[in-house]
Write a protein that binds this ligand. Structure first.
Ligand SMILES: [Zn+2]
Length: 253
């Protein structure tokens, strides 16, 4: 999971979403609201293209899942499930692009909350997952820094899904290859080609690995975190490389 910026939807779509929400609000009982929400969501043809476009714009890489970062984002997930919060069914701030595995096999209608009722899952469109999760680069597994980070690991199976763990280890190795190639290409004076390498690196699945690499390169214990990959750590600290890679995403770590 990485921090994502929410896209702006066309005014007409926002208006339509408000109309749907008003319709649900007008139902008398909570059960009627849930039933109406379900019915309207099943027939959301008028807003579907704009929602899909907005989510695709925000998603990492080529429309990757906003939770695992690996699978294709095929489903609009309700961060707060519509069975628990029918009034948020058409709330754009509650829509997250997920792969069908994260949506249907992992999260389903799970939405753990803390003792004070606040959500335990991290919404990557509203807050920075780096505050809650740390990737152990050499192992491809996550450590929870907070209860919320630990809840994400459990609910999304971030360490339990072997394809994600193996994929992250490969993504770590691939990121090193991209960075070494970028440096060589720049040294040869081929800046256009170097830009293409930056694009390839960010369009790779599991770019949470790349984000964690940049973030951890500034950690006081970075030498231990990147053991065996000292040359990659050196590249991550190269101001020219940082500027080129981070400018592409419009972020700083
Ligand atoms: Zn997923």
């Amino acid at each position: 999971m990485i921090r994502l910026r929410r896209a702006v939807l066309p005014a007409a779509t926002m208006e339509r979403l408000r109309d749907y929400t008003d319709d649900i609000r007008q139902q008398v009982t909570e059960q009627e609201r849930k039933d109406r929400a379900k019915q309207l969501w099943a027939n959301r043809r008028q807003v579907r293209p704009a929602l899909a476009k907005g989510l695709a714009e925000m998603a990492p890489g080529h429309e990757r899942c906003m939770y695992c970062g690996d699978g294709q984002g095929t489903d609009i997930d309700h961060f707060e499930p519509k069975s628990l919060a029918p009034l948020r069914t058409f709330d754009w701030l509650n829509h997250v692009l997920a792969c069908s595995f994260c949506n249907s096999n992992q999260k389903r209608s799970r939405f753990p909350v803390a003792a004070d009722g606040s959500p335990l899952l991290v919404d990557p469109t509203a807050e920075d997952p780096l505050d809650h999760l740390r990737l152990v680069l050499a192992l491809g597994t996550y450590q929870g820094l907070t209860d919320r980070g630990r809840a994400c690991i459990e609910v999304f199976g971030l360490n339990a899904r072997a394809v994600l763990v193996k994929g992250r280890m490969d993504a770590y190795a691939a990121a090193g290859v991209f960075m070494r190639m970028w440096r060589m290409t720049m040294d040869e004076g081929k800046s256009d080609k170097a830009k293409g390498i930056v694009r390839l690196a960010w369009n790779h699945p599991l770019i949470d690995v790349l984000v964690n690499m940049f973030h951890q390169s500034g950690h006081p214990a970075a030498d231990a975190l990147f053991v065996g990959e000292e040359d990659v750590l050196e590249l991550l600290r190269d101001p020219e490389l940082r500027a080129a890679f981070l400018h592409f995403r419009g972020v700083s770590y």
